[in-house]
Design a protein around this ligand. Structure first.
Ligand code: GLC
Length: 557
């Protein structure tokens, strides 16, 4: 595998609306981010991913873009952005933006022109189709519920396609002129000095332009999840992605991370590595295992062993080919502690042990804002405290399915995207130091204890543990192994333990976390030393003895 500048780097995701408010209106913004760049630097971050800051009506919190070349006034303006770039550059932090080009906003001028004249150039940027026998062109269900089709305003039998909300019309990638416009705007941002993109919902561009009907799925509304079309059209996406990679990204050494779910082992080479269409893609194997067979309301938690198996499967798949972006949280997920760990370890010890795993796995780790503090889920008292359109839709589905209000709320309290979007707790003052006025969204209930200021003052905090983990990744003595070392599962742990080795010809590291109730013994040979740990452990008689809730990184000679 060719070496690239981004190998061995650690990334951090900011959800700008909830990170830090710089102008006192209760909404996070670019000035807030500028203000906190030193915090990010101290954490040891190399790459910063900003969720969308483009102009948007915010139906899906910025993932509905009405102008790709402007900053939304809620976040500031282009001068603020340029200042952010200069300061990040001075701190040696690369910035990547979110690239949302499966769809735009219904407020984008392309869509407005298309609706005004369905035969104009811009109309060909979208999927406009005639209805069939008085109904929508086909029976796909959008990711946010309901048909993927809505009528073009003012038209009797003409529909446009949207795989997400109706305010997010899908772009027609089959049109080369549309693709060129997308490439132009990508180049425009690269010229501004960004290092790359996280590429949103990109596999949704895989479409069959004939839009056939699909066999209805188990939800019982006669529709079929639109993902079924994506899965059957992966080859189409592949062509578009190859062009994008060869014509736009590769010549500029752009770092790209794709939001790609369910990779088939035989396809991995198409996505990552020397021949891949992205630099890396997120590892959603555990997330996919969680969603496996069920409707949103019927989800079941994974056991530690199932979670471990999913992580290891992805690691073994990518060992030979390239790097995955390891991820425990993002703006679409509940908090990792609450989602992946048993109740007894949903605390700072568990957060440290989980962080140890993520930061030492082979790949490019993405840490999500607040993860480094060990934030857990929020306890929402009512659906009215939530803000996300998906939560509203899923709540409605729960009720339709016959669940009571409180059971429905319980489902969302386990799974909603809102958990990731509560304001970042900077201190224990009113509004958690996030803003001088009431935040746009409620705070997580534990902010008086779990916040940056308190954790900075406590050397045993989750924050300090993350700082140490990232600093170990940068350490010249171990960088090569942590970056390029093979991943190998550690033999014979019990089902509560996640343990693996990172191995090169010259070095071997054992990484282990114990999420059980009892100590665990792991073989490590007689010559070993501890590089980093959380909780209690011993090296004795050729074993690493890890107490319950502990984690350790051990060098084996
Ligand atoms: C991606 C984003 C999510 C958004 C969706 C539609 O999955 O991560 O937040 O709602 O795409 O753009």
């Amino acid at each position: 595998m060719d070496r690239q500048w981004w190998h061995g780097k650690t990334a951090y995701q900011i959800y700008p609306k909830s990170f830090k408010d710089g102008n006192g209106d209760g909404i996070g913004d670019l000035r807030g981010i500028i203000d906190k760049l030193n915090y990010i630097k101290q954490l040891g971050i190399d790459i910063l991913w900003l969720s969308p800051i483009y102009r948007s009506p915010f139906i899906d919190n910025g993932y509905d873009i009405s102008d790709y070349q402007d900053i939304d006034p809620q976040f500031g303006n282009m001068d603020d952005f340029d200042e952010l770039m200069t300061k990040a550059h001075d701190l040696n932090i690369k910035v990547i933006m979110d690239l949302v080009v499966n769809h735009c906003s219904s407020e984008h001028e392309w869509f407005k022109k298309a609706c005004a004249d369905p035969y104009c150039e811009e109309a060909s940027y979208f999927y406009f189709r005639e209805g069939k026998d008085g109904r929508a062109p086909n029976n796909l269900r959008s990711n946010f519920g309901g048909s993927v089709w809505d009528k073009v305003p003012g038209q009797e039998n003409l529909y446009y396609c949207h795989f997400f909300a109706r305010e997010q019309p899908d772009l027609n990638w089959f049109n080369p002129r549309l693709r060129q416009r997308i490439y132009d705007l990508i180049n425009w941002w690269l010229d501004k000095g960004i290092a790359g993109f996280r590429i949103d919902a990109i596999m949704s561009i895989a479409k069959d332009p004939d839009f056939p009907d699909y066999p209805p799925d188990a939800l019982g509304d006669g529709l079929c999840a639109c993902g079924a079309m994506n899965e059957s059209c992966n080859d189409v996406a592949e062509l578009f992605l190859k062009e994008l990679q060869e014509e736009v990204f590769r010549p500029r050494q752009t770092f790209t991370v794709g939001e790609v779910f369910s990779i088939q082992p035989e396809n991995i080479e198409k996505y990552i590595g020397n021949k891949g269409n992205f630099s890396t893609i997120f590892d959603f194997e555990a997330r996919t295992a969680l969603c496996h067979h069920c409707a949103y309301y019927a989800y079941e938690k994974l056991s530690v062993a199932e979670f471990r198996d999913a992580l290891f499967k992805a690691q073994q798949l990518s060992n030979e080919h390239g790097f995955l972006a390891t991820v425990l949280e993002n703006h679409d997920e509940p908090r990792a502690l609450s989602c992946w760990l048993p109740a007894m370890w949903q605390n700072p010890m568990g957060a440290k042990a989980l962080g140890t795993i993520q930061l030492l796995l082979r790949g490019i780790p993405f840490v999500y804002q607040g993860q480094e503090l060990g934030m857990g889920n929020t306890h929402f008292n009512s659906i009215y405290e939530m803000k996300d359109l998906q939560s509203f839709e899923e709540y409605r589905r729960c009720l339709n399915h016959g669940l009571t209000d409180s059971v429905a709320l319980g489902v969302l309290n386990a799974q909603a995207r809102d958990h990731a979007r509560t304001p970042m707790p900077w201190d224990n003052s009113l509004n958690a130091g996030f803003s001088t006025s009431t935040p746009w969204m409620r705070l997580q209930q534990d902010y008086q204890q779990i916040n940056v200021k308190s954790e900075e003052q406590d050397r045993c905090s989750v924050l300090w543990h993350y700082r140490q983990l990232i600093s170990l990744r940068h350490n010249d003595n171990f960088k090569e192994t942590i970056t390029y070392g093979r991943f190998e599962p550690q033999p014979n742990p019990n089902r509560h333990t996640i343990a693996f080795r990172r191995v090169t010809d010259k070095q071997c590291l054992l990484v282990a976390s114990n999420f059980g109730e009892n100590p665990v013994w792991l073989d490590c040979g007689w010559q070993a030393r501890t590089l980093l740990s959380s909780g209690e452990h011993q090296l004795k008689d050729g074993h690493l003895i890890l107490e319950a809730g502990a984690s350790a990184v051990i060098q084996i000679y």
